[in-house]
Design a protein around this ligand. Structure first.
Ligand code: ARG
Length: 460
C-alpha cells in the first residue's frame, strides 16, 4: 500500500517528478471553491438520504464550510503530492475533522466530481461575459448615436466600394456581438446540467437524490446517462468555440483600428492610454492592445483545436487525457474577460477624424454605383448603365478627376439621359442617404437599427 488516497492495491510509487507530471493541482486549484460547493451539496444529500448518519454529514459539512473560509482567506495550501484539487481537499478535510472525512466520497467518484466542478466553474463565470459584452455593445450604440452623419468609404477587398455611414459600420459589430451574446446564452443549456451521481461511470448502488443536489447547486437538469455525464466535454468545447468566434470579431475590429490609425488612413487615433511608445523611435505610438487582442485570438483558436484533439478518439467513459481540458478553458476565460473591457475602453477613448474619412471619398469613384443606378432608374438596363459608367470612370481617371468633377458635356457625351441633377446624385452623403432599403446604410435605417438595438439590450 502506498500513501495515496487510492493506494490500497499499490506497492510502488513513481518518483516525485513523475507524479508532478500526472498532477493537475497547479491548474485545477482554480476550481477549489466549486469543489467545496459540490462536496457540501453532496454531503447534505448523503445525510438527508440516510446514506451516512446525519450527525456525520453535519460534521463533514462543517469541516467543508471551514475549508471554504480558509480558502477565502487564502489559507489553504495545496500539495502536488495530492495530485488534484479533489484529493487535496479530501486530505485537508481529513486533517481538519479526522477519519469521518472518508465518508464524503460515498456514492461519488472523482469522475463525476471533476465534471461537476467544471460545469459549476463555467456557470459562475458566464454572467461576467454577459455583463462585459453588454458593456461593449452599449459603447458601440453610444458611438453610433454620437457619430450619426459621419460618412466614410465602405470597403470590399479593402478597395473603396461605396460610401457608408460610420455608424452603420459600428452597428455591424453590434450585431456580431449580439450573436455572441446569444451563442453564450444557448451554451447555458449544456453547462447547466449536473453530472454528479453518475459516480465513476455506471451510477451507484446507494439511494442518492440527484435532483436535490442539482437544486442545491443551482443546476436546472441532471445528466440522463451516467456514461455521458462523466465523459462529456461538449460544454467546454462550446465555450471555446463561442469564445473563438467572439475573439474573431474583436480581432477584425482591432485590425481596422490598427489600419485606420496608420498615417496613410488617419481615420482615427487611439488614446495614449491604449497605445505604447517605442524604446528607440521617439515619435512612435503603437496600437499594442489592439494588436494583442488580435494576437491572443490565435491562442484562443489554439485552445479550441487543442481540446478537440484531446477529445478525439477517446473511448467512453473517463480517460486521464481529459485532465488536459481545463487549462485552455481557464486561460480563454481570462483572455475574454480582459479583452472585452479593454476593447470597450479603447472605443470609449477613441478619437475619430470625420474630415479624413469624408476626404477620402472625394476622388475615389465609390459613387460610381450611384451613377449606374441613376441611369437604370431612367430605364437603361443596368448592365448597359454599368458599362457607360465604367467608361466614364476610365475617362475621369485619365483626367485625374473625381466623377463629380466631369462636365455635364462629358456626361451627356457618354449618355444623353444624364442631366444636371447628376451632381447631387454623385454626392457621397446622398449616396448614403438614398440607401433606405431595410438594413441599409441610409441614416433613417441606421437610426432605426440603433433604436431597436437599445430596446433589445434593455430587455436582456
Ligand atoms: N484530476 C482529474 C481530472 O482533472 C480528476 C478526475 C480523475 N479521475 C480519475 N479516474 N483519475 O480529470
Amino acid at each position: 500500500m502506498t500513501d495515496k488516497l487510492w493506494g490500497g492495491r499499490f506497492t510502488a510509487s513513481a518518483p516525485e517528478w513523475v507524479q508532478a507530471f500526472g498532477a493537475s493541482i497547479q491548474v485545477d486549484q482554480a476550481m477549489a471553491k466549486e469543489d467545496l460547493e459540490g462536496s457540501i451539496a453532496h454531503v447534505k444529500m448523503l445525510g438527508k438520504q440516510g446514506i451516512i448518519a446525519p450527525d456525520e454529514a453535519q460534521q463533514i459539512e462543517a469541516g467543508l464550510q471551514a475549508l471554504m473560509t480558509d480558502l477565502e482567506a487564502g489559507k489553504l495550501h495545496f500539495d502536488v503530492k495530492n495530485e488534484d484539487v479533489h484529493l487535496n481537499m479530501e486530505k485537508l478535510l481529513t486533517d481538519k475533522i479526522g477519519p469521518v472525512a472518508g465518508k464524503l466520497h460515498t456514492a461519488r467518484s472523482r469522475n463525476d466530481q471533476v465534471a461537476t466542478d467544471f460545469h459549476l466553474w463555467l456557470m459562475h463565470r458566464l454572467p461576467l461575459i454577459f455583463d462585459r459584452l453588454k458593456g461593449l455593445q452599449t459603447t458601440l450604440l453610444d458611438l453610433a448615436e454620437k457619430y450619426l452623419g459621419v460618412i466614410m468609404p465602405g470597403y470590399t477587398h479593402l478597395q473603396h466600394a461605396q460610401p457608408i455611414a460610420y455608424s452603420h459600420y459600428l452597428m455591424a459589430y453590434f450585431e456580431m456581438f449580439q450573436r455572441d451574446y446569444e451563442r453564450f446564452e444557448f451554451s447555458k443549456k449544456h453547462i447547466d446540467i449536473l453530472p454528479l451521481g453518475a459516480s465513476a461511470l455506471a451510477g451507484t448502488t446507494f439511494s442518492i437524490d440527484r435532483e436535490m443536489v442539482a437544486k442545491e447547486l443551482g443546476f436546472s437538469a441532471v445528466y440522463a446517462n451516467s456514461l455521458d455525464a462523466v465523459s462529456d466535454r461538449d460544454f467546454a468545447l462550446e465555450f471555446l468555440s463561442n469564445a473563438s468566434i467572439l475573439m474573431m470579431h474583436l480581432s477584425r475590429m482591432a485590425e481596422e483600428l490598427i489600419l485606420w490609425g496608420s498615417y496613410e488612413f488617419n481615420y482615427l487615433e487611439l488614446s495614449d492610454a491604449y497605445t505604447t511608445g517605442s524604446s528607440i523611435m521617439p515619435q512612435k505610438k503603437n496600437a499594442d492592445y489592439a494588436e494583442l487582442i488580435r494576437g491572443k485570438t490565435g491562442r484562443v483558436y489554439g485552445e479550441l483545436m487543442g481540446m478537440l484533439a484531446v477529445m478525439k478518439s477517446l473511448p467512453l467513459a473517463y480517460n486521464k487525457d481529459m485532465q488536459e481540458d481545463k487549462e485552455g478553458v481557464f486561460a480563454t476565460m481570462d483572455t475574454v474577460l480582459a479583452a472585452l473591457p479593454i476593447f470597450d475602453h479603447m472605443l470609449v477613448t477613441l478619437e475619430i477624424h470625420p474630415d479624413k474619412m469624408s476626404a477620402s471619398l472625394e476622388k475615389d469613384y465609390s459613387n460610381a454605383t450611384e451613377l449606374a443606378d441613376y441611369l437604370a432608374e431612367k430605364g437603361l438596363p443596368f448592365r448597359q448603365a454599368h458599362a457607360v459608367v465604367g467608361h466614364l470612370v476610365l475617362k475621369a481617371i485619365e483626367a485625374q478627376k473625381g466623377l463629380g468633377e466631369l462636365s455635364l458635356a462629358d456626361f451627356q457625351a457618354a449618355n444623353p439621359m444624364i442631366e444636371e441633377d447628376v451632381y447631387q446624385v454623385l454626392d457621397p452623403m446622398t449616396a448614403v442617404n438614398r440607401r433606405q432599403s431595410q438594413g441599409g446604410t441610409g441614416l433613417s435605417q441606421v437610426k432605426a437599427a440603433i433604436a431597436k438595438a437599445r430596446q433589445e439590450l434593455a430587455a436582456e
